[in-house]
Design a protein. Structure first.
Length: 192
């Protein structure tokens, strides 16, 4: 059992572990601008990779994961993770930013209440239970972070996949702006 693992902030790699990769086609359905996503589908760029350390299990144990979300956009929408709820809804999580500039979108599973939190180097974010969470890179460098949570939390991608998040993070005049998805879709429609 490894109690200590060397990792590298620069590339977000953990010695001896292979990350899980997510390319555009894995995440395309989450982006609001489906025409922009379709345009990038052939290139299928790498959006993010996550190394999950889940070897410690049982009551009181923790899982932890090192995530690297690359900079880029699909249309005006910044690269982001698929987002998820925890299968055990009350399970909270702590994110620790190591490098880069971004934010987290949070949305309560039952009430639909939305909030955002900055996630960047030297920033820690507490994700309460029952909150769907998605990481967004609004900067020009990779966003690198740890996520630490109960080994019992589990991941539920299905609920977020069906409903998506109500808010999007898009570039407007060179700046990241949080916007209602419906309003962004209306803007896109008006531009066509
Ligand atoms: Fe999580």
């Amino acid at each position: 059992m490894n109690l200590s693992l060397p990792f590298h902030v620069a590339d977000g790699m953990i010695a001896g572990h292979r990350p899980m990769e997510r390319h555009l086609r894995d995440v395309a359905a989450a982006f609001a601008d489906q025409a922009a996503a379709a345009n990038l589908a052939a290139d299928n760029p790498l959006l993010y990779y996550v190394t999950m350390i889940d070897e410690h299990n049982g009551v009181g144990a923790l899982h932890y994961a090192l995530g690297v979300l690359l900079p880029g956009k699909v249309g005006a929408e910044y690269y982001m993770t698929k987002g998820h709820l925890h299968a055990w809804r009350p399970a909270a999580e702590v994110y620790i930013g190591l490098a880069g500039q971004g934010m987290m979108l949070l949305e309560h599973a039952e009430t639909g209440e939305c909030s955002t939190a900055p996630l960047a180097a030297n920033t820690v974010v507490y994700v309460p239970g029952h909150m769907a969470h998605r990481t967004v890179n609004t900067g020009s460098e990779p966003l690198v972070y740890w996520g630490i949570l109960s080994s019992d939390a589990g991941h539920d991608y299905g609920a977020v996949g069906e409903r998506n998040f109500r808010q999007v993070v898009v570039e407007v005049d060179g700046q990241p702006v949080v916007m209602e998805r419906a309003d962004f879709l209306a803007r896109l429609e008006a531009q066509r």
